[in-house]
Design a protein around this ligand. Sequence first.
Ligand code: P6P
Length: 331
Amino acid sequence: MSGVKTLSEFIIERQDDFPYATGELTRLLNDIVIATKIINREVNKAGLVNIIGATESENIQGETQQKLDVMADNQFISALQNGGEACGLASEENDHELIFKSDFAKKGNYVVAFDPLDGSSNIDVNVSIGTIFSIFRRKSKVGEEANLQDFLQKGDEQVAAGYIVYGSSTMLVYTTGNGVNGFTLDPSIGEFCLSHPNMKIKEDGKIYSLNEGNYPFFSQGVRDYIEYCKEDDKETNRPFSARYIGSMVADFHRNLIKGGIFIYPETTKAPNGKLRILYECNPMAFIMEQAGGAATTGKQRIMDVELTELHQRVPCIMGSKKMVEKMLTFL
Ligand code: P6P
């Protein structure tokens, strides 16, 4: 295929960008890609086999686990625990961190946090869903078992982060701190191919994304910003367009490409918001900043937040820099 660059070729080509260019991260990213290709196959046929719908179980968030959630979680675990690069995992679907016990895995230099299938409540209505991953270099001693502190690192410590959006096409978007690149899965060859090189978000935009159904529970500042978005003012491109489908990866991806702001703020019902910093906000903040956007809790940069627990939630405001700056003036 002349001109087409596969993800594998791209990762190897860019391997030298990465300080630990010994092929470890290359192998780790390829292990992740294998899991996402299997998840993609299952998600695409979800309506045809008895794998949609909910299980009888709940995750630590108290959310009913969808059958595909559990399948996706298992795919990541099996792909990574045998890959030899990861010594432990943390997942939205598991209450505690998963520490690998084999001598082989204990030699791994990385830990991976992931949301195996974000927005999975949308599966049954065929709305785009996604996988989010975040990679850290372990802090604990190589050869020993990983521990919780390996996961409670600030977002700035991430060595790589990415998401897969299972939409009209399946795309993988990732960064290792040298810009953001997007790859589209070509089902005819089963390869992710470079389709969106060097992704940058527009400095300003006119799409705002948040769940306005929470209006009664928002702070006055968030309410004032929503009213600002709706005012008729041609000079500032308002009223903005409201776009929100309740699937973070899909909402984020649209705004990354078109420009816009995604907001999941604190509410009186959820004082720290809903989204988890480890496997939702930090990886997406890394990508957003690498694409020239901004990502804040409303009080501080998301990637500066100190983590104290695995499933810690933070308020999340991320998108086009000028939109985020304007929104902050209302808080
Ligand atoms: P709400 C999906 O459950 C999710 O974690 C994100 O993907 C999404 O942005 C958010 O929750 C939607 O939450 O409260 O607006 O339905």
